[in-house]
Design a protein around this ligand. Structure first.
Ligand SMILES: Nc1ncnc2c1ncn2[C@@H]1O[C@H](COP(=O)(O)OP(=O)(O)O)[C@@H](O)[C@H]1O
Ligand SMILES: [Mg+2]
Length: 634
């Protein structure tokens, strides 16, 4: 679309510019041609003027006039007329009465003072020349030949100016008149003569020859010239259809109005006889500045139309070829871009839908090729990661399934062992109580009681861990719970050498917890700390409120042996213990973790081997209503 629109715009603008240029060029040329035509016309008139002036000043005619024997010069007058190619040559007396006319020697005495040139020459006592309309009466006085030459029947052509007359009888002449003076410079006569323009093609053909060099286009003259008498073609080389000269035809109304009526030149295209021409017309005036005719030059428009048409054709074909080539090129280009992009889009969709084996087949080395290469690499990397992830999850699931199975088994075993163990503990206690102090078996029985107690503890721990007893929550002060634990523990032998300090936040908000479960967590952590310090060190307890997360933080910091890095993530696992058999079961932190998780809290640890360990328990602050709501939603 862009290509078509731009080339259409450019082509039409280009065509317009060039056609206008061609037309203006032709127009300017015709305008110049009209100047040349005028020069030729004028030089013809000048020639006549020269001939008349020279002849009038000849002593031969002067002396004859002075001597009253002008009739004797007739022979010479005729000779001058013929040798100079004049149509009339006449001598009058100073009043304008004819004394001798070359064409009609016998006819004298008539007055020619109505002839404007004769009148002007008498008046000015000098020579004058100009174009003049000669009425048929005057032509008749000269010769029938001139009458016939001037007479033109109107021929109607399309576009010609409409007139009611059907013929023209008067003639248009280039004429000059000069005074004949005696030796005292008195006017003794007038010599006038000229050339009839009607049917005289000398001027127009000279224009055609010199200005247009007789050039032809499609066997028609390119350049044409015409002399009009008023609106009538009296001398022309514009041809009729039958290739006769188009004399007797008339100018168009439009040109007539412009040139004859308004007295202005007409320049532009005009319909001449039977064809369109690029034309220039200008008025021909008589010596009194009345417009009596038109001088015309014109060049055949067809030639320029054809040039224009050829230019348009060339332009159009160039544009068309341009459009075709650029359309094909841009189609190929866009296909080379959009094709790979489509492939990439499809591949992305495939990848998005989980098909990571997708590959884009683009082998180009440009940006798209690189993109495709990177895309394929990405898909491959995704697939590898996906595979690893799958494998990992698979093994994790298997492991946790196994663990769950073991847990289930352990819980069942614990449950089954609980009752018989209870019996063993009870009866071994009873036995021990009833046994005399000095009984030799007492030592062994005491060991049985200790081991039975221990077994019962393990089993209870296991049961606690596996049962996940439902918490019994109430609104509590965490500080109080912590204080309760300390007072319970500090009396025990393990804590005798441990310095317990506490930094408790007295403004700690109350929160809904199961106090006995939380107590159990705290005791686990504190006992672990005491174990880690081997009953000798400092234990700091701190509580604070975190307004950002809206939770209570309880911090236990000991100066014990710390936890090795590799053990840090294992300490919450069930049965993970570093303590000797008989001391640790490895369930304390596992159970604590479960309890804190159940309270929607977190438990975390930081430790440095040899320096100590800090456990942080975070419990959300919840009101009773919130906890009820929570319960319901669960
Ligand atoms: N405060 C502490 N300092 C050093 N190690 C600790 C501390 N608390 C816990 N541990 C480590 O975590 C392990 C697991 O603790 P726990 O689950 O309570 O089991 P147990 O106390 O029976 O060993 C302990 O064996 C010990 O290695
Ligand atoms: Mg413990």
């Amino acid at each position: 679309m862009i290509i078509v629109i731009t080339s259409t715009v450019f082509t039409s603008v280009g065509i317009q510019l060039i056609s206008n240029r061609i037309v203006t060029e032709a127009q300017e040329m015709v305008d110049l041609d009209l100047n040349s035509a005028r020069d030729i016309y004028q030089s013809k008139l000048n020639h006549i003027n020269d001939v008349i002036s020279l002849t009038a000043s000849r002593f031969y005619f002067k002396d004859a006039l002075i001597g009253g024997n002008i009739g004797g010069t007739a022979e010479e007058l005729v000779r001058v007329e013929q040798s100079e190619g004049l149509d009339i040559l006449t001598i009058t007396d100073p009043k304008g009465n004819v004394l001798l006319r070359a064409n009609n020697i016998r006819l004298t005495g008539d007055s020619q003072s109505h002839n404007e040139l004769v009148a002007a020459a008498i008046k000015s006592n000098g020579s004058v020349a100009g174009t003049i309309i000669v009425p048929v009466e005057d032509l008749e006085l000269e010769s029938q030949l001139l009458v016939d030459q001037a007479h033109l029947n109107f021929i109607n052509t399309p576009m010609a100016r409409v007139r009611s007359d059907t013929q023209e009888t008067s003639g248009m002449m280039l004429e000059a008149a000069a005074p004949i003076l005696d030796y005292q410079n008195n006017l003794i006569g007038i010599l006038y003569g000229g050339v009839l323009l009607n049917r005289n093609y000398e001027i127009v053909d000279e224009i055609k020859r010199t200005v247009f060099q007789n050039l032809q286009y499609k066997s028609q003259d390119i350049g044409t010239a015409t002399i009009f008498q008023d609106d009538l073609r009296i001398s022309t080389n514009v041809k009729n259809g039958d290739s006769t000269r188009a004399i007797g035809t008339r100018v168009s109304e439009e040109v007539y109005n412009q040139v004859v009526v308004n007295g202005k030149p007409y320049i532009g295209r005009a319909y001449v006889v039977n064809n369109w021409y690029i034309t220039a017309y200008e008025p021909i005036e008589n010596i009194n500045h009345q417009i009596i005719g038109i001088l015309y030059v014109g060049i055949l428009e067809q030639k320029y139309l054809d040039i224009k048409q050829q230019t348009v054709l060339v332009f159009l074909s160039i544009a068309l070829i341009g459009v075709l080539v650029s359309t094909v090129l841009s189609y190929l280009l866009s296909r080379s871009i959009s094709g790979p992009i489509k492939k990439l889009v499809l591949a992305s969709k495939e990848v998005a839908s989980g098909n990571l084996d997708t590959k884009v087949e683009i082998t180009t080395t440009d940006e798209l090729g690189k993109l495709a290469y990177t895309f394929n690499k990405m898909a491959l990397a995704l697939r590898e990661r996906d595979d690893k992830l799958k494998e990992f999850t698979k093994s994790k699931i298997m492991e946790s399934e196994r663990l769950a199975l073991i847990g289930q088994l352990a819980a069942n075993v614990a449950h089954e062992l609980n009752n018989p163990l209870q019996g063993i503990v009870t009866y071994s206690h009873l036995l021990l109580e009833e046994l005399p102090h000095d009984d030799p078996t007492r030592d062994s029985l005491e060991k049985i009681v200790i081991q039975a107690n221990r077994s019962r503890d393990i089993i209870r721990g296991l049961l606690d861990f596996s049962r996940q007893r439902k918490p019994d929550k109430t609104l509590c002060d965490v500080n109080n719970v912590l204080k309760g634990c300390v007072s319970l523990l500090e009396k025990q032998a393990l804590f005798h050498n441990i310095q317990i300090t506490s930094n408790l936040d007295e403004k700690l908000p109350l929160t809904v917890i199961d106090p006995s479960q939380i107590e159990r967590v705290f005791i686990n952590i504190i006992v672990n700390a005491a174990d880690a310090m081997d009953g000798n060190g400092k234990l700091n307890l701190a509580t604070r409120f975190d307004p950002v997360d809206h939770c209570i933080e309880v911090e236990f910091t000991d100066t014990g042996h710390g936890i090795k890095k590799e053990n840090l993530e294992k300490i919450f696992d069930p049965f993970f213990t570093t303590k000797d058999t008989g001391h640790g079961v490895g369930l304390g932190l596992a159970i604590s973790f479960g309890i804190i998780k159940e309270h929607k809290g977190t438990i975390s640890v930081e430790s440095e081997v040899g320096k100590g360990t800090t456990f942080i328990v975070r419990l959300p602050v919840t009101t009773e209503e919130e906890s009820v709501k929570d319960e319901q939603s669960v």
